[in-house]
Design a protein around this ligand. Structure first.
Ligand code: HEM
Length: 415
């Protein structure tokens, strides 16, 4: 390779600085201690959201989610006296779920499902405090620059909207069912929206935390090593669609959960003795894909197997490429987690979705998404592409904030 002249060195140093400036916009002007503190705080908030998702899964799987029949943005007071409990229980006894599923339930049994839902709601509100108080403190110390302020504002709006989306979902389960035989449950569309927006909040927190902890992308740091840069570029082309497939599989899983579709066709690989069950086309048009138990479950199985195949292909490709150690480690972890998640999914189905396995399967999906996100972060683009996408990243946060506020307003109007 030809030796670099001083002017070439100047140009590559300038490109690196430009890359650092763009990728480090969130932490620009911060000392490394301040960046680390904010990164740790946001990583902690991401872990909190992870635990919220797990708690939400347990709430659903223990059929506790419809126990509280009212919602206030600022929070509900837990019953403290016998009279309070009787009043809460009275409201629940008027709900369709009590009549169709839990008729004859005792007050003690009601207390269990009430505390599950109460804990989920209060854990979410506590996260609001854990997010807002340090944000004010960091801002008062002058550690929050423009781009970081926009990102934190977006996260706060997403968190508040999530509360409304949660109640919008629960309300759908409190309505009378269409027929006498239907079991009351929340709309699968709303459950999928609630789970998806939780995953987006989690992903945004994780990405922001990682960007503060590792401001220089591996691609930028490696620009002197052309072989490894080529390896990173090649893997990135594969990693994006694979991460997208993991996300789509997880979304299809939300419909399996929303339809309670894990309580039918509890065999694998055949469904009712066939690869494609007879009921596959039971409903007309696109509704079939989202509201027909057979189709919803078959799609989730097929997508999961495609995901496993795609992660295996990514892993095999990575073995032939020169890569930074962090990217290689994450590809190995994704391979192991994808195999474990498929095994967990099959076991959950064969055992009729016990709460422990259902919750583990949900946590497994979020872990796989975390690894995919971590991998994409190590493979982030270097100087030239980052410069091209500078404009898009400037507009991205305000556009996303406007979209979140629009969704929040729409949900409030519709509730
Ligand atoms: C990459 C692989 C997979 C991913 C990412 C994934 C993801 C998910 C997600 C996110 C849910 C929703 C959980 C919830 O909201 O509680 C779910 C539910 C479910 N998945 Fe999977 N899944 C995978 C593989 C499989 C496989 C192979 C099977 C079985 C053949 C399976 C069976 C189920 C069942 C039965 C449910 C419903 C559980 C419930 O009611 O809570 N999954 N999946």
């Amino acid at each position: 390779m030809a030796a670099e002249t001083p002017s070439m060195l100047g140009a590559s140093a300038q490109r690196l600085t430009q890359a650092s400036t763009l990728s480090n916009a969130l932490g620009a002007g911060l000392s490394s201690g301040a960046s680390r503190a904010i990164s740790l705080w946001l990583g902690g908030c991401a872990a909190w959201v992870f635990s919220m998702v797990v708690l939400g899964g347990m709430t659903r799987l223990t059929r506790s989610g419809l126990s509280m029949t009212e919602w206030k943005f600022t929070g509900e007071k837990a019953p403290s006296s016998q009279e309070d409990w009787e009043a809460e229980f009275g409201k629940y006894r008027a709900s369709p779920e009590y009549h169709k599923v839990n008729r004859g339930m005792s007050l003690e049994e009601f207390k269990f499902i009430y505390w599950m839902e109460y804990a989920h709601r209060m854990w979410g509100r506590a996260l609001g405090v854990v997010f807002a108080v340090p944000a004010v403190y960091f801002a008062a110390r002058g550690w929050v620059n423009g781009p970081l302020a926009r990102r934190l504002g977006l996260l706060f709006a997403m968190g508040a909207t999530q509360g409304f989306v949660g109640w919008w979902m629960v309300r759908s389960g409190l309505q009378e069912t269409k027929t006498e035989w239907d079991v009351p449950r929340v709309s699968p569309y709303r459950l999928a929206a609630h789970l998806t927006s939780a995953a987006i909040i989690y992903g945004t927190l994780m990405w922001t935390s990682l960007s503060l902890a590792y401001p220089t992308s591996a691609a930028a740091a490696l620009s002197a090593n052309s072989a490894m840069t080529a390896g990173v570029n090649a893997l990135r082309r594969w990693a994006h669609p694979v991460a997208g497939l993991v996300a789509i599989t997880a979304l299809s899983g939300a419909f399996v959960a929303g339809m309670d579709a894990g309580h039918a066709y509890n065999t694998f690989p055949l469904m009712d003795g066939r690869l494609i069950p007879e009921e596959y086309w039971a409903l007309p048009g696109w509704r079939n894909a989202f509201e027909n138990t057979a189709a919803v479950q078959l799609h989730h199985r097929a997508l999961a197997l495609c995901t496993l195949g795609a992660v295996t292909a990514l892993w095999a490709r990575a073995r032939t490429l020169p890569l930074p150690p962090s990217s290689r480690l994450l590809v190995h972890a994704m391979m192991g987690m994808a195999a474990l998640q498929v095994a967990l999914g099959i076991t959950t189905l064969l055992t009729y979705v016990p709460p422990s396995l259902g919750t583990a399967h949900q946590a497994g999906a979020l872990t796989l998404l975390t690894l995919a996100l971590g991998l994409l972060h190590t493979l982030r683009r270097g100087p030239v592409a980052a410069a091209k996408s500078g404009m898009a990243s400037q507009l991205g946060t305000p556009a996303a904030l406007a979209a979140v506020l629009a969704v929040g307003t729409a949900v409030t109007q519709y509730s």
